[in-house]
Design a binder for this molecule. Sequence first.
Ligand code: SF4
Length: 414
Amino acid sequence: MKTESDAAREGTITGRVEKVASDEGIEAKILSERVAAGSVVIMHRGKVAIGIGQGLRTKVNVNIGTSPACCNPDEEVEKARIAERYGADTISDLSMAGDISATRKRISAATSLPLTTVPLYQTVAETGLDNLTCRDFIRTIRMQAKEGISSLVLHMVSRTILKHIQESPRVLGIVSKGGSMMAAHMILGKCENPYLECFEDILSITKKHDIVISLGNTMRSGCISDARDRLHAEEMRANITLADRAHEEGVQVIIEGVGGHVHAGRISRYIRDYKRKMPYPLFVAGPLPTDIAMGYDHIAGCVGASLASGAGADYLCYLTPAEHIGLPTRDEVKEGLIAFRIAAHIGDTIKYGSIKKDEAVARRRAELDWKGQADLALDPERICQENPQGTPCSMCGPFCAIRIMKEFCNTRTP
Ligand code: SF4
Protein backbone atom coordinates (compact mmCIF):
# COMPACT_ATOMS: atom_id res chain seq x y z
CA MET A 1 0.00 0.00 0.00
CA LYS A 2 1.18 3.52 -0.77
CA THR A 3 1.26 5.63 2.35
CA GLU A 4 -0.30 9.08 2.46
CA SER A 5 3.26 10.38 2.57
CA ASP A 6 4.25 8.46 -0.59
CA ALA A 7 1.15 9.64 -2.45
CA ALA A 8 1.68 13.26 -1.43
CA ARG A 9 5.29 13.16 -2.54
CA GLU A 10 4.20 11.86 -5.92
CA GLY A 11 1.79 14.80 -6.17
CA THR A 12 -1.36 12.67 -5.79
CA ILE A 13 -4.16 14.23 -3.76
CA THR A 14 -5.84 11.29 -2.05
CA GLY A 15 -9.48 11.04 -0.96
CA ARG A 16 -8.36 11.26 2.66
CA VAL A 17 -6.42 14.47 2.01
CA GLU A 18 -9.46 15.93 0.26
CA LYS A 19 -11.68 15.02 3.20
CA VAL A 20 -9.31 16.42 5.84
CA ALA A 21 -8.81 19.59 3.78
CA SER A 22 -12.56 20.07 3.60
CA ASP A 23 -12.98 19.42 7.36
CA GLU A 24 -10.23 21.90 8.18
CA GLY A 25 -11.19 24.51 5.60
CA ILE A 26 -7.87 24.58 3.74
CA GLU A 27 -6.86 23.82 0.16
CA ALA A 28 -6.21 20.14 -0.55
CA LYS A 29 -3.06 21.00 -2.51
CA ILE A 30 -1.56 22.90 0.43
CA LEU A 31 -2.47 20.07 2.80
CA SER A 32 -0.93 17.51 0.46
CA GLU A 33 2.31 19.54 0.33
CA ARG A 34 2.42 19.51 4.13
CA VAL A 35 1.91 15.74 4.21
CA ALA A 36 4.76 15.42 1.71
CA ALA A 37 6.97 17.59 3.91
CA GLY A 38 6.05 15.57 7.03
CA SER A 39 4.55 18.55 8.89
CA VAL A 40 1.07 16.95 8.72
CA VAL A 41 0.09 13.31 9.18
CA ILE A 42 -3.19 11.77 8.12
CA MET A 43 -4.23 9.23 10.77
CA HIS A 44 -6.96 6.97 9.47
CA ARG A 45 -9.14 3.96 10.21
CA GLY A 46 -11.94 2.78 7.96
CA LYS A 47 -13.67 5.82 6.53
CA VAL A 48 -12.38 8.19 9.21
CA ALA A 49 -9.33 10.35 8.50
CA ILE A 50 -7.91 12.96 10.87
CA GLY A 51 -5.20 15.45 9.99
CA ILE A 52 -2.67 16.38 12.66
CA GLY A 53 -0.05 19.08 12.28
CA GLN A 54 0.83 22.38 10.65
CA GLY A 55 -2.04 24.80 10.22
CA LEU A 56 -4.71 22.35 11.42
CA ARG A 57 -7.04 22.42 14.40
CA THR A 58 -5.29 21.10 17.54
CA LYS A 59 -6.35 17.48 18.14
CA VAL A 60 -7.06 15.64 21.40
CA ASN A 61 -6.30 12.00 22.20
CA VAL A 62 -8.02 9.96 24.92
CA ASN A 63 -6.18 7.10 26.65
CA ILE A 64 -8.22 4.12 27.81
CA GLY A 65 -7.46 0.45 28.51
CA THR A 66 -7.35 -2.24 31.16
CA SER A 67 -4.69 -2.38 33.86
CA PRO A 68 -3.60 -5.36 35.98
CA ALA A 69 -5.03 -3.52 39.02
CA CYS A 70 -8.38 -2.87 37.35
CA CYS A 71 -9.45 -5.06 34.47
CA ASN A 72 -12.97 -4.43 33.26
CA PRO A 73 -13.13 -4.54 29.45
CA ASP A 74 -16.83 -3.51 29.44
CA GLU A 75 -15.86 -0.28 31.17
CA GLU A 76 -13.08 0.42 28.68
CA VAL A 77 -15.42 -0.16 25.73
CA GLU A 78 -17.88 2.26 27.30
CA LYS A 79 -15.09 4.83 27.78
CA ALA A 80 -14.30 4.53 24.05
CA ARG A 81 -17.92 5.36 23.25
CA ILE A 82 -17.83 8.32 25.66
CA ALA A 83 -14.59 9.57 24.05
CA GLU A 84 -16.19 9.59 20.61
CA ARG A 85 -19.46 11.07 21.85
CA TYR A 86 -17.74 14.02 23.55
CA GLY A 87 -15.44 14.93 20.70
CA ALA A 88 -12.11 13.07 21.02
CA ASP A 89 -10.14 13.00 17.78
CA THR A 90 -8.29 9.75 18.49
CA ILE A 91 -8.25 6.96 21.06
CA SER A 92 -5.25 5.09 22.46
CA ASP A 93 -5.86 1.61 23.84
CA LEU A 94 -3.25 1.06 26.56
CA SER A 95 -4.64 -2.28 27.78
CA MET A 96 -2.24 -4.41 29.79
CA ALA A 97 -4.56 -6.97 31.39
CA GLY A 98 -7.12 -9.61 30.50
CA ASP A 99 -7.44 -10.72 26.91
CA ILE A 100 -5.72 -7.68 25.41
CA SER A 101 -6.41 -8.53 21.76
CA ALA A 102 -10.10 -9.22 22.46
CA THR A 103 -10.45 -5.94 24.38
CA ARG A 104 -8.81 -4.02 21.54
CA LYS A 105 -11.13 -5.59 19.00
CA ARG A 106 -14.17 -4.63 21.10
CA ILE A 107 -12.91 -1.05 21.50
CA SER A 108 -12.18 -0.92 17.80
CA ALA A 109 -15.71 -2.08 16.98
CA ALA A 110 -17.31 0.35 19.46
CA THR A 111 -15.84 3.48 17.90
CA SER A 112 -14.89 4.76 14.47
CA LEU A 113 -12.02 6.96 15.70
CA PRO A 114 -8.41 6.30 14.70
CA LEU A 115 -6.87 3.88 17.20
CA THR A 116 -3.36 3.97 18.64
CA THR A 117 -1.60 1.19 20.57
CA VAL A 118 1.62 0.81 22.52
CA PRO A 119 2.90 -2.58 21.29
CA LEU A 120 5.35 -2.75 24.20
CA TYR A 121 2.44 -3.04 26.64
CA GLN A 122 0.91 -6.12 25.07
CA THR A 123 4.32 -7.69 24.49
CA VAL A 124 5.41 -7.22 28.12
CA ALA A 125 2.00 -8.26 29.50
CA GLU A 126 2.08 -11.49 27.52
CA THR A 127 5.80 -12.35 27.50
CA GLY A 128 7.23 -10.76 30.66
CA LEU A 129 10.01 -8.20 30.96
CA ASP A 130 13.12 -10.36 30.97
CA ASN A 131 12.89 -12.69 28.00
CA LEU A 132 11.80 -10.27 25.31
CA THR A 133 13.41 -10.30 21.90
CA CYS A 134 13.03 -8.23 18.75
CA ARG A 135 10.94 -11.08 17.38
CA ASP A 136 8.36 -10.68 20.19
CA PHE A 137 7.95 -6.98 19.44
CA ILE A 138 7.72 -7.54 15.71
CA ARG A 139 5.11 -10.26 16.21
CA THR A 140 2.92 -7.90 18.28
CA ILE A 141 3.34 -5.03 15.84
CA ARG A 142 2.52 -7.23 12.86
CA MET A 143 -0.61 -8.61 14.59
CA GLN A 144 -1.86 -5.15 15.62
CA ALA A 145 -1.09 -3.77 12.16
CA LYS A 146 -3.15 -6.49 10.49
CA GLU A 147 -6.07 -5.65 12.80
CA GLY A 148 -6.08 -2.15 11.35
CA ILE A 149 -4.66 0.13 14.06
CA SER A 150 -3.95 3.69 12.93
CA SER A 151 -0.86 4.56 14.92
CA LEU A 152 1.63 2.99 17.33
CA VAL A 153 3.88 4.41 20.02
CA LEU A 154 7.53 3.40 20.23
CA HIS A 155 9.69 4.07 23.29
CA MET A 156 13.13 4.51 21.79
CA VAL A 157 15.31 5.08 24.88
CA SER A 158 18.90 4.09 24.06
CA ARG A 159 21.56 2.57 26.30
CA THR A 160 23.50 5.84 26.20
CA ILE A 161 20.48 7.78 27.51
CA LEU A 162 19.91 5.07 30.11
CA LYS A 163 23.45 5.48 31.47
CA HIS A 164 22.87 9.20 31.82
CA ILE A 165 19.62 8.73 33.72
CA GLN A 166 21.44 6.74 36.36
CA GLU A 167 23.76 9.72 36.91
CA SER A 168 20.94 12.27 36.77
CA PRO A 169 19.93 14.34 39.83
CA ARG A 170 16.23 14.14 38.80
CA VAL A 171 13.71 13.69 41.65
CA LEU A 172 11.73 11.32 39.43
CA GLY A 173 13.82 9.52 36.82
CA ILE A 174 11.64 8.04 34.08
CA VAL A 175 7.90 8.51 34.56
CA SER A 176 6.82 7.12 31.19
CA LYS A 177 5.34 3.66 31.84
CA GLY A 178 6.52 2.30 28.51
CA GLY A 179 9.88 4.01 28.88
CA SER A 180 10.48 2.57 32.35
CA MET A 181 9.51 -0.94 31.19
CA MET A 182 11.83 -0.69 28.21
CA ALA A 183 14.64 0.59 30.48
CA ALA A 184 14.09 -2.32 32.89
CA HIS A 185 14.19 -4.79 30.00
CA MET A 186 17.44 -3.29 28.72
CA ILE A 187 19.04 -3.40 32.19
CA LEU A 188 17.89 -6.98 32.81
CA GLY A 189 19.02 -8.20 29.40
CA LYS A 190 22.11 -5.93 29.27
CA CYS A 191 20.98 -5.15 25.75
CA GLU A 192 20.23 -2.25 23.42
CA ASN A 193 16.62 -1.17 22.93
CA PRO A 194 15.11 -3.85 20.64
CA TYR A 195 13.12 -1.17 18.82
CA LEU A 196 16.40 0.44 17.75
CA GLU A 197 17.70 -2.91 16.53
CA CYS A 198 14.59 -3.73 14.52
CA PHE A 199 13.61 -0.20 13.48
CA GLU A 200 13.93 -1.02 9.76
CA ASP A 201 11.53 -4.00 10.19
CA ILE A 202 9.08 -1.75 12.03
CA LEU A 203 9.30 0.77 9.20
CA SER A 204 8.53 -1.91 6.67
CA ILE A 205 5.37 -3.03 8.60
CA THR A 206 4.15 0.50 9.26
CA LYS A 207 4.76 1.45 5.64
CA LYS A 208 2.81 -1.56 4.39
CA HIS A 209 -0.25 -0.60 6.48
CA ASP A 210 0.27 3.20 6.47
CA ILE A 211 0.44 3.31 10.25
CA VAL A 212 1.64 6.53 11.86
CA ILE A 213 4.65 6.08 14.14
CA SER A 214 4.57 8.13 17.33
CA LEU A 215 8.03 8.40 18.90
CA GLY A 216 7.46 8.38 22.67
CA ASN A 217 8.52 10.98 25.20
CA THR A 218 10.28 8.58 27.57
CA MET A 219 12.36 11.34 29.15
CA ARG A 220 9.47 13.66 30.04
CA SER A 221 9.82 15.20 33.49
CA GLY A 222 7.84 13.78 36.41
CA CYS A 223 7.82 17.02 38.41
CA ILE A 224 8.37 20.68 37.64
CA SER A 225 11.65 20.75 39.56
CA ASP A 226 13.05 18.21 37.09
CA ALA A 227 13.72 20.99 34.61
CA ARG A 228 14.90 20.26 31.12
CA ASP A 229 18.21 18.45 31.24
CA ARG A 230 20.57 16.65 28.88
CA LEU A 231 18.19 13.65 28.84
CA HIS A 232 15.49 15.74 27.16
CA ALA A 233 18.00 17.11 24.68
CA GLU A 234 19.41 13.66 23.88
CA GLU A 235 15.94 12.17 23.41
CA MET A 236 14.88 15.06 21.19
CA ARG A 237 17.98 14.64 19.01
CA ALA A 238 17.54 10.85 18.81
CA ASN A 239 13.81 11.05 18.04
CA ILE A 240 14.36 13.64 15.30
CA THR A 241 16.98 11.39 13.66
CA LEU A 242 14.57 8.41 13.78
CA ALA A 243 11.71 10.56 12.49
CA ASP A 244 13.90 11.71 9.59
CA ARG A 245 14.59 8.07 8.73
CA ALA A 246 10.87 7.16 8.90
CA HIS A 247 9.94 10.16 6.77
CA GLU A 248 12.60 9.27 4.21
CA GLU A 249 11.00 5.82 3.97
CA GLY A 250 7.53 7.32 3.41
CA VAL A 251 6.27 6.39 6.89
CA GLN A 252 4.17 9.08 8.57
CA VAL A 253 5.63 10.13 11.92
CA ILE A 254 4.80 12.19 15.00
CA ILE A 255 7.20 13.14 17.80
CA GLU A 256 6.12 13.24 21.43
CA GLY A 257 7.85 15.90 23.50
CA VAL A 258 7.52 18.53 26.26
CA GLY A 259 5.04 16.29 28.08
CA GLY A 260 4.80 15.41 31.76
CA HIS A 261 5.37 18.12 34.36
CA VAL A 262 6.80 21.38 33.03
CA HIS A 263 7.08 24.75 34.78
CA ALA A 264 4.46 27.10 33.31
CA GLY A 265 7.07 29.73 32.55
CA ARG A 266 8.97 27.34 30.28
CA ILE A 267 6.26 25.50 28.33
CA SER A 268 5.99 27.91 25.41
CA ARG A 269 9.77 28.23 25.04
CA TYR A 270 10.29 24.45 25.02
CA ILE A 271 7.52 23.92 22.45
CA ARG A 272 8.92 26.61 20.14
CA ASP A 273 12.41 25.16 20.51
CA TYR A 274 11.11 21.70 19.48
CA LYS A 275 9.16 23.08 16.55
CA ARG A 276 12.18 25.07 15.33
CA LYS A 277 14.25 21.91 15.19
CA MET A 278 11.90 19.61 13.27
CA PRO A 279 8.92 19.77 10.89
CA TYR A 280 6.93 16.85 12.34
CA PRO A 281 3.68 17.17 14.32
CA LEU A 282 4.34 17.54 18.05
CA PHE A 283 2.29 15.40 20.45
CA VAL A 284 2.23 16.55 24.08
CA ALA A 285 1.04 14.59 27.12
CA GLY A 286 -0.36 17.30 29.40
CA PRO A 287 1.83 19.13 30.27
CA LEU A 288 1.14 19.68 33.95
CA PRO A 289 2.45 23.07 35.11
CA THR A 290 2.20 22.09 38.80
CA ASP A 291 2.64 18.96 40.91
CA ILE A 292 0.01 19.84 43.54
CA ALA A 293 -3.26 19.40 41.63
CA MET A 294 -3.99 15.68 42.30
CA GLY A 295 -7.70 15.16 41.89
CA TYR A 296 -7.81 18.18 39.58
CA ASP A 297 -4.97 17.35 37.21
CA HIS A 298 -7.31 17.75 34.24
CA ILE A 299 -7.66 21.42 35.20
CA ALA A 300 -3.92 21.94 35.74
CA GLY A 301 -3.34 20.01 32.50
CA CYS A 302 -5.81 22.23 30.67
CA VAL A 303 -3.72 25.26 31.64
CA GLY A 304 -0.48 23.60 30.53
CA ALA A 305 -1.99 22.24 27.32
CA SER A 306 -3.46 25.67 26.45
CA LEU A 307 0.02 27.18 26.69
CA ALA A 308 1.53 24.26 24.76
CA SER A 309 -0.98 24.29 21.92
CA GLY A 310 -0.87 28.09 21.78
CA ALA A 311 2.89 27.85 21.28
CA GLY A 312 2.57 25.30 18.47
CA ALA A 313 1.84 21.81 19.87
CA ASP A 314 -0.37 20.01 17.34
CA TYR A 315 -1.82 17.14 19.31
CA LEU A 316 -2.69 16.85 23.01
CA CYS A 317 -3.01 13.75 25.16
CA TYR A 318 -5.66 14.37 27.78
CA LEU A 319 -5.34 14.00 31.55
CA THR A 320 -8.23 13.12 33.82
CA PRO A 321 -9.00 13.97 37.47
CA ALA A 322 -7.72 10.45 38.27
CA GLU A 323 -4.14 11.15 37.09
CA HIS A 324 -1.67 9.97 39.79
CA ILE A 325 -4.59 8.29 41.61
CA GLY A 326 -6.05 5.45 39.57
CA LEU A 327 -7.73 4.32 36.38
CA PRO A 328 -10.30 6.96 35.40
CA THR A 329 -14.02 6.25 35.58
CA ARG A 330 -16.29 6.95 32.62
CA ASP A 331 -17.22 10.34 34.11
CA GLU A 332 -13.56 11.19 34.63
CA VAL A 333 -12.80 10.31 31.01
CA LYS A 334 -15.46 12.79 29.97
CA GLU A 335 -14.20 15.48 32.39
CA GLY A 336 -10.62 15.07 31.15
CA LEU A 337 -11.65 15.13 27.52
CA ILE A 338 -13.73 18.31 27.84
CA ALA A 339 -10.88 20.00 29.74
CA PHE A 340 -8.47 19.18 26.91
CA ARG A 341 -10.92 20.19 24.19
CA ILE A 342 -11.04 23.56 25.94
CA ALA A 343 -7.21 23.63 25.94
CA ALA A 344 -7.08 22.74 22.23
CA HIS A 345 -9.59 25.47 21.43
CA ILE A 346 -7.73 28.09 23.49
CA GLY A 347 -4.52 26.98 21.77
CA ASP A 348 -6.15 27.54 18.38
CA THR A 349 -7.33 31.01 19.38
CA ILE A 350 -3.68 31.82 20.17
CA LYS A 351 -2.17 30.02 17.15
CA TYR A 352 -4.65 31.11 14.51
CA GLY A 353 -6.61 33.94 16.16
CA SER A 354 -9.70 31.85 15.40
CA ILE A 355 -12.46 33.23 17.61
CA LYS A 356 -15.50 32.64 15.37
CA LYS A 357 -17.03 30.06 17.70
CA ASP A 358 -16.49 32.29 20.74
CA GLU A 359 -18.10 35.22 18.94
CA ALA A 360 -21.10 33.12 17.96
CA VAL A 361 -21.66 32.18 21.63
CA ALA A 362 -21.19 35.80 22.72
CA ARG A 363 -23.77 37.05 20.19
CA ARG A 364 -26.36 34.56 21.43
CA ARG A 365 -25.56 35.52 25.03
CA ALA A 366 -26.03 39.18 24.16
CA GLU A 367 -29.44 38.27 22.70
CA LEU A 368 -30.34 36.47 25.97
CA ASP A 369 -30.69 33.37 23.79
CA TRP A 370 -29.95 30.82 26.50
CA LYS A 371 -30.79 27.75 24.43
CA GLY A 372 -28.82 28.98 21.43
CA GLN A 373 -25.83 29.61 23.69
CA ALA A 374 -26.13 26.11 25.19
CA ASP A 375 -26.33 24.51 21.72
CA LEU A 376 -22.89 25.94 20.85
CA ALA A 377 -21.25 24.89 24.12
CA LEU A 378 -18.68 22.06 24.25
CA ASP A 379 -21.01 20.07 26.51
CA PRO A 380 -24.66 21.08 25.91
CA GLU A 381 -25.79 18.09 27.98
CA ARG A 382 -24.20 19.55 31.10
CA ILE A 383 -26.12 22.79 30.67
CA CYS A 384 -29.32 20.81 30.25
CA GLN A 385 -28.63 18.88 33.46
CA GLU A 386 -27.96 22.08 35.41
CA ASN A 387 -30.87 23.94 33.90
CA PRO A 388 -33.40 21.42 32.55
CA GLN A 389 -36.09 24.06 31.95
CA GLY A 390 -33.76 26.21 29.84
CA THR A 391 -34.67 29.22 31.97
CA PRO A 392 -32.55 32.42 31.87
CA CYS A 393 -29.32 32.47 33.88
CA SER A 394 -30.34 33.08 37.50
CA MET A 395 -27.08 34.26 39.01
CA CYS A 396 -27.95 37.97 39.13
CA GLY A 397 -31.72 37.59 38.93
CA PRO A 398 -33.37 40.81 37.70
CA PHE A 399 -29.99 42.55 37.80
CA CYS A 400 -28.54 40.57 34.90
CA ALA A 401 -26.10 43.04 33.32
CA ILE A 402 -26.82 41.76 29.82
CA ARG A 403 -30.56 42.20 30.30
CA ILE A 404 -30.06 45.69 31.76
CA MET A 405 -27.86 46.64 28.80
CA LYS A 406 -30.39 45.29 26.34
CA GLU A 407 -33.41 46.93 28.01
CA PHE A 408 -31.91 50.26 28.92
CA CYS A 409 -28.52 51.18 27.52
CA ASN A 410 -28.78 49.71 24.04
CA THR A 411 -32.20 51.16 23.26
CA ARG A 412 -32.41 54.54 25.02
CA THR A 413 -30.36 57.70 24.62
CA PRO A 414 -28.48 58.64 27.82
S1 SF4 B 1 -24.96 38.98 34.00
FE1 SF4 B 1 -25.46 37.61 35.72
S2 SF4 B 1 -27.48 36.78 35.25
FE2 SF4 B 1 -26.72 37.73 33.38
S3 SF4 B 1 -25.77 36.01 32.30
FE3 SF4 B 1 -24.14 36.97 33.44
S4 SF4 B 1 -24.06 35.86 35.38
FE4 SF4 B 1 -26.00 35.34 34.40
